[in-house]
Design a protein around this ligand. Structure first.
Ligand code: Z16
Length: 805
């Protein structure tokens, strides 16, 4: 859209006056934010309505991305950017003597996700709108997002995230689109006169699902898609016998996000949440379709439904239910439609994360859905036992071991199944879904994850964005592959210096932010070494910590090294004791290092509490080193690796997840790889001959570092230090931390040395930025569109760069 600065000033003053009956000088940042958000919303309304109308008129095939998590980040600045009016608005605000960044910062960050999976879902929403794809989100409107993390005496404390306290100006309640979701009770199947089965529900608990829609604005293309978040409410005519307690139980369904990342809580409330938003989504899609079609025959040509991890896998039996019970489609035809509509992404190989439900719980809560799953199970066995044998089919049928196995159900009921990086997709076929791969090889494919450079460079890294504009023009803002033009300047000494100056500026900014938020002074000239991701044993923040302890001891011995600032951001699941112990030890080490004048000139550790999208926007632009050090074979993809690469950080990595793609993109000279490969680790498993204690005994540096966990040198970690020590030595170090210690140190030493040559460092940073464009989620969703959803992608065109191995 077009908007002049002057126009904006008039409209903004007007909006503020209407809202607060006061001149802007009297308003708080929060009030200014509310006024600006409402004004921005008014700019979005028309293109939003137009987009909807156009999809309906042209009968565009629509994608529905079902995800139990979304992590959109703050929306004001990104909506202004995508509308194409950010510069005018900022100029206008400045003319009014207001500070745009302060107003943007007044927005609460919707924490409706845990980590990578939720953020990926939101990147896809932004990307689908930006490439002009008809892509909608379907999820849950949690009253409380992921807990707010604080540290008390170094321990993680979880506080409620009341993110809607000041309202959420981007949502619009669509009470006219509400649907009813049924739980519990029992089902009566009665043949009717017309020959179909009549399904009669008795004694169900009914919940009203009310949608709240959030606009997903495409980048300067007039497209506005829809993210639909469902809220649970008591039915309208609930009647007098409906108790307050019952109301409470209903409200609970969308009260709070489960704080587990890569873990399966297995709680009934979670199952309720899953069926709630899945059923609501399916019902509303079918209802919308039926407003203009009098049969379901063509449904699969107009609708693609994507199952993001198994949380919405009940979309499969739920669509079967609606097709058969409500639309009177026979089983075979319903199954044909369902298979064609559904596709599934797996995000993890960790067995503790694979969802299974006890049959008792599942059938009690969802009796009709359970009947349908039983029938899927029965037909699956019937079809494949003859060819593949009872033993194999018993392993992979939807029902087995007294459980409903969601990953198997998702694979059996989808026409496509993908992993999120080539190694991950290969391991899916080799291990977790091996048997199903034998039956349905054509369904399996890879779609490497992506990120949105709009948020991470255009919004998060303004200094870099401006430098790029000056050097290579602005084409990269539309098509990030244009970043490759940077290669032309690999020998341009001035430009390399500018690149370093930009990084230095971002580091000063982050230093200020750290001072303001945790009151710690950090040296902006240090190497900024960043690890930002959920706290999990497989991600090995502990390896990073052992590296820090080794540096501490070396410095104590009198070794000189370039100063390193280690920056951590990580939340641990509240029930994950080991992860919380690691946090405590890290904070203790940070204090120890800080209070030691021998060490603090060379080493500093800062653990920033409450890491999330908005904090990432501040940390990433300032990073020199990106730690991506998971045990090979465990991290499905990772996405912070891509974001940090695009900010010119050098990746310190194991050959895991998308790190491998980054290595292929930048070449061996522009990344620091270390550690065991997935093959080598598989070898240890097969032979059963990993002995962590051997590494401890033969490497004196490792010995000294581990002893620090239990010898009292680090104050206040008696229990935690001992537990971690035991996990590594008595319980044989499940994640091969000790095996990778030596090569991790060697890689770090190479980085220290490289940092002494700023121009050489800058060249490597340049290559990383230049090659980061291929990881734009715009390309990722276009690949999904072409190969899975069968929707026509529009602009900008993918150059076909192959990141699929
Ligand atoms: C999650 O964030 C991920 C996997 C999972 O099973 C559950 C959650 Cl909440 C992450 C993966 O760990 C990460 O490697 C990947 O990049 C991300 O999902 C997006 O695919």
């Amino acid at each position: 859209m077009s908007l002049t600065k002057e126009q904006f000033i008039t409209e903004f003053k007007d909006m503020a006056l209407k809202l607060y009956a006061a001149p802007i000088e009297d308003l708080s940042s929060q009030q200014l934010y509310q006024a600006l958000a409402l004004l921005t919303r008014s700019y979005i309304a028309q293109p939003w309505a137009n987009t909807k109308e156009r999809y309906d008129e042209e009968e565009t095939k629509q994608v529905f991305y079902f995800s139990i998590e979304f992590l959109p980040g703050r929306l004001l600045q990104s909506n202004l950017l995508n509308l194409g009016i950010l510069d005018e608005v900022e100029a206008g605000l400045e003319e009014l003597d207001l500070h745009p960044q302060k107003i943007f910062a007044a927005e609460a960050d919707p924490g409706l996700g845990n980590g990578g999976l939720g953020r990926l879902a939101s990147a896809f929403m932004d990307a689908m709108a930006s490439v002009g794809m008809a892509g909608n989100g379907n999820g849950i409107r949690y009253q409380y997002g992921l807990f707010k993390q604080a540290f008390v005496n170094g321990y993680q404390v979880e506080l409620p995230d009341d993110w809607m306290r000041n309202g959420f100006p981007w949502e619009t309640r669509k009470e006219n689109r509400a649907v009813t979701v049924k739980f519990g009770g029992w089902v009566e199947l009665r043949p009717s006169r017309s020959g179909h089965l009549r399904v009669i529900y008795h004694n169900t608990d009914d919940v009203l699902a009310v949608p709240y829609d959030v606009a997903m604005v495409g980048y300067r293309n007039g497209v506005v898609n829809n993210l639909r978040l469902w809220s649970a409410e008591a039915p309208i005519n609930a009647g007098p016998h409906f108790t307050l307690e019952q109301r409470e139980r209903i409200n609970q369904i969308t009260q709070i996000l489960y704080p587990d990342d890569s873990d399966n809580a297995g709680k009934e409330l979670r199952l309720r949440q899953e069926y709630f938003f899945t059923s609501a989504g399916i019902q509303s899609i079918v209802r919308h379709y039926r407003r203009t079609h009098n049969s379901m025959a063509g449904f699969a040509d107009r609708v693609a439904i994507h199952i993001n991890d198994t949380h919405p896998a009940m979309a499969i039996p739920e669509l079967m239910r609606v097709l058969m019970d409500d639309e009177h489609v026979g089983w075979d035809e319903a199954w044909r439609i369902t298979l064609k509509v559904m596709s599934y992404t797996n995000h993890t190989l960790l067995s503790e994360a694979l969802e299974v439900w006890p049959i008792d719980m599942f059938s009690g809560l969802l009796p009709r859905i359970y009947q349908i799953v039983q029938e899927i199970d029965r037909r699956f066995r019937l079809a494949f036992v003859p060819q593949f044998g009872q033993a194999m089919i018993d392993r992979i049928a939807p029902l087995g071991n007294g459980q409903v196995r969601m990953a198997y159900l998702a694979t059996i009921g989808s026409h496509a199944v993908n992993g999120v990086a080539p190694l991950h997709s290969e391991l899916l076929k080799k291990d977790v879904l091996h048997d199903l791969f034998q039956i349905f090889p054509e369904r399996f494919n890879n779609k490497t994850n992506g990120i949105t450079p709009r948020r991470w460079i255009q919004i998060g890294d303004r200094p870099l964005a401006h430098l790029l504009d000056k050097k290579i023009g602005t084409a990269w803002r539309q098509n990030p592959l244009a970043l490759r033009k940077l290669h032309d300047y690999i020998d341009d000494t001035h430009f390399l210096a500018d690149l370093n100056a930009t990084k230095a500026e971002n580091k000063r900014e982050l230093a200020k932010y750290i001072d303001q938020t945790v009151h710690v002074k950090v040296d902006p000239d240090a190497i900024f070494d960043v690890q930002i991701k959920r706290l999990h044993a497989y991600k090995r923040q502990l390896l990073h910590l052992l590296g820090i302890l080794d540096a501490y001891l070396a410095i104590k011995r009198g070794e000189k090294r370039p100063k390193r600032l280690h920056i951590f951001g990580a939340k641990a699941a509240p029930s994950y004791v080991y992860a919380k112990e690691i946090i405590k030890v890290m904070n203790a080490v940070a204090d120890m290092v800080d209070s030691d004048p021998d060490v603090s000139p060379y080493l500093q550790v800062v653990f920033l509490p409450n890491y999330g999208v908005s904090m990432a926007e501040k940390i990433i632009p300032a990073a020199d080193i990106s730690e991506q050090i998971s045990t090979a074979g465990k991290e499905a993809s990772g996405t912070s690796n891509m974001k940090l690469m695009s900010a010119g950080a050098l990746t310190l990595a194991t050959l895991d997840g998308a790190n491998i793609e980054i290595k292929n993109a930048v070449g061996d000279d522009n990344i620091e790889i270390f550690g065991l490969t997935e093959k080598e680790i598989a070898g240890y498993y097969q032979r059963g001959d990993y002995r962590s204690r051997d590494f401890y005994e033969k490497d004196p540096r490792l010995h000294a570092v581990l002893d620090m966990l239990v010898n009292g040198k680090i104050p206040g970690i008696e229990t935690e230090g001992r537990d971690i020590y035991n996990a590594l030595l008595m319980y044989n170090d499940e994640y091969f931390v000790l095996a990778d210690f030596e090569s991790y140190l060697a890689a770090n030493a190479r980085l220290d040395k490289l940092y002494q040559q700023p121009e050489l460092w800058a060249k490597k940073a340049l290559v990383n930025i230049a090659e980061s464009g291929r990881f734009s989620a715009d390309f990722t969703v276009q690949r999904y569109g072409r190969e899975i959803w069968h929707v026509v992608p529009q602009t900008p065109e993918d150059d076909g760069t192959d990141t699929e191995g």
